[in-house]
Design a protein around this ligand. Structure first.
Ligand SMILES: *[C@@H]1O[C@H](CO)[C@@H](O)[C@H](O)[C@H]1NC(C)=O
Ligand SMILES: CC(=O)N[C@H]1CO[C@H](CO)[C@@H](O)[C@@H]1O
Length: 313
């Protein structure tokens, strides 16, 4: 008996010591993106001026390209859009697997930029949304940085105003999708190079999400500053320093508000946010939709270039 309880005590000590160490379960790079993700040739749920194409079309038009340590995902930048069509060809991909407690790292060299672009890297359960919750890691519109990381949930999930455990600042504390037009509880990052042209000019960087039953953290490491263990077989998030965004579960039952999530990468154009009359910048040409339809060359920079995605559990 004593031996058993001694062993159990030792086991629980080891569990505590293990802390925030995770082992890699998925290493995604180059052509591997086409196995890890499925293409979603769906109608854009956010009413973008975009035509999400299937895998065969994307590869035939080189809208996705996987080779070595490069995976590019882009909007078409050569064709004028026919008025009666859904919009400019683009790509939306969703991971085949779902994840709960995990760390996901995204090494990104370039993110889509240009008037009307609305790129996102996020995690969600789409079926029954918003019941399963949503975590936005990278998202923005019209080149307007810095990045914001945001949770969206059903009612009854809020964040404490405290900012002592993150480098960012709160945009809103209530995660409820019914508040303020589904703005969500978002954290504005302090680094101006966390989004858009500044991000690209700096060679991008690494985004990382840690999700546990108790908290979610998002880090942004500008190019050249990522912890050395990112990309190796295991990571210790305790050594990564203060995150850009910290979402505790003290006023939000994560078990009830967040289901197992898919990872989604999308690039839409215009739509409910980027194309809104009070959001599309006056400095951008024409109207958002007219620019998308008639100026293919304006979308040459509207591409993602991923070096890798790693998932640790
Ligand atoms: C497809 O895109 C990749 C990445 O941008 C590029 O290196 C390659 O040359 C393109 N292929 C063709 C056939 O245009
Ligand atoms: C069109 C599309 O899929 N848009 C989604 C892109 O990502 C954001 C998350 O940040 C969603 O809110 C959009 O619905």
């Amino acid at each position: 008996m004593q031996l058993t309880s001694g062993f159990l005590a030792l086991a629980s000590v080891l569990t505590v010591v293990k802390g925030a160490t995770y082992s890699r379960t998925d290493r995604v790079a180059g052509e591997g993106f086409n196995d890890f993700f499925e293409y979603q040739a769906i109608q854009d749920p956010t009413n973008g001026r975009v035509n999400y194409v299937d895998q065969a079309t994307a590869q035939a038009q080189n809208l996705t390209y996987g080779h070595g340590d490069t995976f590019v995902l882009r909007a078409d930048s050569t064709n004028v859009v026919a008025p009666g069509s859904r919009g400019r060809n683009s790509v939306r991909i969703r991971s085949r697997q779902t994840f709960t407690t995990h760390v996901a790292t995204f090494d990104i060299r370039h993110m889509p930029q240009g008037c009307g672009t609305w790129p996102a890297v996020w995690e969600v359960l789409e079926d029954g949304w918003p019941v399963g919750g949503e975590t936005d890691i990278v998202e923005g519109v019209n080149d307007q940085g810095p990045n914001a990381a945001t949770l969206h949930t059903t009612s009854g999930c809020t964040m404490p105003a405290d900012t002592s455990q993150m480098t960012g600042t709160w945009k809103q504390l209530d995660c409820d999708w019914l508040v303020n037009g589904n703005a969500g509880c978002g954290v504005r990052m302090s680094n101006p190079n966390s989004y858009g042209p500044g991000f690209n000019a700096n060679g991008g960087g690494v985004y990382a999400l840690e999700r546990t039953p108790r908290e979610m953290k998002v880090w942004f490491f500008p190019r050249g500053t990522a912890p050395a263990d990112i990309g190796s077989d295991s990571v210790n998030t305790d050594a990564w320093g203060t995150p850009a965004a910290y979402f505790p579960s003290t006023q939000c039952d994560f078990g009830a508000k967040f289901a197992a999530h898919n990872i989604i990468i999308n690039l839409t154009l215009c739509g409910d946010w980027a194309g809104a009359g009070n959001v599309y910048p006056a400095s951008c040409p024409q109207s958002c939709i007219s620019n998308v339809d008639n100026n293919p060359g304006a979308f040459r920079e509207a591409f993602w270039d991923f070096a890798s995605i790693n998932v640790y559990q």
